[in-house]
Ligand binder design. Sequence first.
Ligand code: FAD
Length: 383
Amino acid sequence: MDLTLTDDQRKFREYARDFLDNEVVAHRAEWDRAEAVDPAIVPKLGEMGFFGLTIPESYGGLGGDYVTYCLGMEELGRADSAVRGIVSVSMGLVGKVILSHGTEEQKRRWLPGIATGEVLACFGLTEPDTGSDAGNLRTRAVRHGDDYVLTGQKMFITNATWADVCLVFARTGGPGPKGVSAFLVPTDTPGFAVREIKGKLGLRGQATGEISLTDVRVPADARLGEEGQGFTIAMHSLDKGRVSVGAGCAGIILGCLESVVAYAGERQQFGRPLASFQLIQDMIADISVELDAARLLVWRAASLIDRGEPFGVAASKAKYYASEAAVRAANSAIQIFGGYGYIDEYPVQKYLRDARVMTLYEGTSQIQKLLIGRAETGVSAFL
Ligand code: FAD
């Protein structure tokens, strides 16, 4: 495996970092306290190309590779995971499956807007009663002539209150994953209602919502893929999404490392900088090694995607390891900062709160281990 980054990839990372330091890092504490990212950041991210990175130029994107995308996600994770999620859900989870499973008409309708951030998308899989067991979701889509009518509830949906379109997974057939289909539902369709969920532990600036679908009527051509293909589409989307979450987690670890190195160099106790104590270096060394390990797992999965090879298990490993490592790194970072780590003058407490959800969404750590265990043993312990 080639572990070097190209000049273009390095340049993109520097360009992303400069922009994010000015436009996101400078405001993240204020947005976190207000529980709202400033929506004006979305068009700016669009202008910088974050939304269009891996969408082909023919659909308004930049046609970049997945490794470059992961570098962007790492910088976004270092800056503010609440902002990273806006991009990685809209473009990463929804835009990319429209590209892989959409009709030409669906691609032309949605991708140019998603690629610039003018259109925001959300991904509606989880329901109040079905999370990890998403294949048993209950939202229904019933065919009426040339339309489908959707009824049900979606829970914890990122971008829900900001989105223009929601990729809704709903049951068109019998029980289990094979009865699920996917629909691109404009959020202004009558019967589509959103309630914002406030009071989250982390990702406080991100718009997370609960969606109610009451007799939402969409034309049959809003269906993405064939009837019964919805669960496969969702899993395909989440496999790629997990690589992007892993990259965001590497960014959290990077942010922790930079913060603790700077702080431990300045803060004096017992007449010496914290950095000179071996027990402090022990924690810093662990953060540094976990950053390398997380990055390497993410880059391996991303390079498999770029080469068109199977990457699902590599994605689970990257997401599982990087998310758990991000929690460990942020926890150690708070320890190194002492009491100052516990207040929001410094970013490390936010890194911990934001990292915590990464072990839950897009498949919990337990679900990632079951996927890895199934690949190793050939036995499914959960389906
Ligand atoms: P449950 O599935 O009820 O799991 C509870 C616990 O049981 C977990 O520890 C889990 O690992 C464990 N468990 C479950 N099954 C097994 C098993 N077979 N073996 C061992 N342990 C098991 N969803 C979307 O569709 N779109 C989004 O945009 C989105 N954004 C989110 C944003 C946030 C901030 C949050 C918190 C969630 C978001 N989610 C989203 C939902 C997220 O994907 C789910 O929360 C997650 O899949 C877990 O589902 P659950 O919360 O229902 O937990």
